[in-house]
Design a protein. Structure first.
Length: 246
């Protein structure tokens, strides 16, 4: 090449440069864009990095409605309707052993809570929410703490917003389970925990969930206390609803 006339060398070099630039453009276009790349963990990154960047996929939604009009032969002036909505989600930490940082689950729980809480209020129909509870079933490849992480304050606040406010803490229960196992979700008055008439619960099961790598996140609400309640304690009508207790 050194012995070629200068105009030939210039033309040849220009061709090489153009081909190199073309190859570089093809390589750049083949890379995932930012919105796609964020779902891929870097090689050698901590376990939690992959989980934090992964979306929380909902495999299925399940709604259960339990309405009772008559108890011990006595017809209620208002039926007791309990509603539970379950979101069966992929557990990004399943099978990874002990992982210290559970913030990926906590962060994802807000959107899950907003969705299923809105569905629960809709399923309650013409009635206003008066009590609430939450629960989670964790598949066998996960840890009970994974379910707890899905039910923290940010999830609870999503429930409170959906039911129109709530001063009381939200009763909860979590356990590791196989598909089809039931869970009893505790219920209590949404503004005053000491209202004894509203100590109740709802049993729920999803036939094919949770799978080993899933979490079944549950929101439960009801429109009133137990039918025929008559064991004393703070009455709903006397509750102040200021501190979440009385």
């Amino acid at each position: 090449i050194a012995m070629m006339p200068s105009f030939i060398r210039l033309s040849l070099n220009s061709g090489l440069v153009m081909r190199a630039l073309s190859r570089a453009q093809v390589c750049r276009n083949s890379l995932p864009d930012a919105s796609h790349a964020r779902f891929h963990a870097r090689p050698g990154a901590p376990k939690i990095a992959a989980a934090r960047e992964a979306p929380m996929h909902i495999r299925k939604l399940f709604t259960a409605v339990d309405e009772t009009m008559i108890e011990m032969g006595r017809e209620a002036n208002e039926p007791l309707r309990k509603v539970a909505v379950v979101a069966v989600v992929k557990n990004p930490l399943a099978g990874q052993g002990y992982v210290e940082d559970l913030s990926a689950l906590i962060d994802a729980s807000t959107a899950i809570g907003e969705k299923i809480s809105a569905m629960a209020v809709e399923a309650l129909g013409p009635y206003a929410p008066d009590s609430y509870g939450k629960a989670a079933l964790i598949g066998s490849a996960g840890e009970q703490e994974h379910g707890v992480a899905m039910l923290t304050t940010v999830y609870g606040n999503a429930m409170r917003e959906a039911v129109g406010g709530g001063q009381a803490w939200i009763s909860s229960f979590t356990k590791r389970a196989y598909p089809g196992e039931s869970i009893d979700i505790p219920l209590a008055h949404k503004d005053a925990l000491y209202v004894r008439s509203h100590y109740d619960g709802m049993s729920v099961m999803v036939p094919d969930a949770p799978l080993p790598d899933e979490i079944a996140v549950i929101c439960c609400i009801a429109n009133r206390g137990r039918l025929n309640h008559r064991v004393g304690g703070l009455r709903k009508e006397d509750a102040k609803g200021e501190d979440g207790l009385v």
